[in-house]
Design a protein around this ligand. Sequence first.
Ligand code: FES
Ligand code: FES
Length: 177
Amino acid sequence: MPSLTVNAHPLQFRMDPQTPLLWALRDAANLTGTKYGCGVGDCGACMVLIDGEAKRSCMLSLAEAEGRNVTTIEGLSRDRSHPVQQALVAEQAIQCGFCTPGIAISAAALLARNVDPSEAEIKDAVPNLCRCGVYPRLVRAIQRAGRAMRDLEIIDGAPAPGISSADAALSVPAITP
Ligand code: FES
Ligand code: FES
């Protein structure tokens, strides 16, 4: 039974170890913020942090994630307070939103190691595809999140989720506090 830590909670998955991590997160752990786009490693909609590094969860098996720390979009922050989430909203870098969780994960991983990335560094580290074409706003949002992380600006808070984190946890058992 593959064991891994998901959003700071130790979990055991009673699933075939060859199951893609994406399916385990979405179907077994009910963490549906991680999206299924292409399923072949191209789009980045399925990005999660594995020990702090952005990885495509459709391309990893549960066995490969064994013993690792996995962070999904639900674990990035519990209240949309991560600077990347705040900046994506503030810069309106979201249209349909399908690609957004994966983009937020890639951007968070980038900013954790480089809080002042150039446009070229962002394009390199955030290879996610967006069919709505938010790319220019995305660069602005990621650089703005970096400025907020360096205390150079305060981003007006995005609206709070319409559900408390305690209520959300009731329907998402894997993130139960
Ligand atoms: S669903 Fe994983 S890269 Fe597209
Ligand atoms: S906002 Fe629609 S796919 Fe990116």
